[in-house]
Design a protein around this ligand. Structure first.
Ligand code: 8GT
Length: 136
């Protein structure tokens, strides 16, 4: 029997600029959790490593090039997501090529973690924001 057939792996990036702000993007209309602000990223596809999935998602969503070794594992969250259980892996990234552009999202913003509480975000992100607030 297949192990964990209902587990969903999602990878996301805390892209951090030189003043400690982190990039969030707004989820587009017509998708699950539309209008909520999230860390860029997405689902790990079959056969992908989490890091290669995140490199792919950052290119698709923001048009930036990230090298796998520049993705530093930070923390994770777990939550129910529809009919599956989701594990959301958050990576830190301070180095990339290109200017982040909203290619799949209506809006981007750079925010300090303490200011993220003012925005509606998916419930699974709450512990991630808390972690980032207390990050050195
Ligand atoms: N990228 C991202 N997804 C998150 C976050 N928090 C959170 O609960 N999610 C959930 O994780 C799932 C990610 O799926 P997605 O729809 O963005 O994935 P994807 O880009 O691969 O899209 P696709 O499934 O349409 O191909 C969504 O259910 C989303 O709501 C977050 O901070 N960032």
């Amino acid at each position: 029997m297949e192990k964990n057939p209902t587990m969903l792996f999602v990878v996301a990036a805390a892209l951090t600029n030189e003043v400690g702000e982190i990039l969030l993007q707004k989820r587009p209309e017509g998708r699950q959790m539309a209008g909520l602000w999230e860390f860029p990223g997405g689902k790990v596809e079959s056969g992908e490593s989490p890091e290669s999935a995140l490199v792919r998602e950052l290119k698709e969503e923001l048009g930036i090039d990230v090298a796998g070794p520049d993705l530093i594992p930070l923390t994770f969250a777990s939550a129910q997501n529809g009919d599956r259980y989701m594990v959301l892996l958050l990576y830190r990234c301070t180095s990339w090529q290109g200017q982040p552009t909203a290619l799949e999202s209506p809006e981007l913003c750079w925010l300090k973690p303490a200011d993220m509480h003012a925005l509606p975000m998916p419930p699974a992100d709450e512990p991630l924001v808390h972690f980032l607030e207390n990050w050195p």
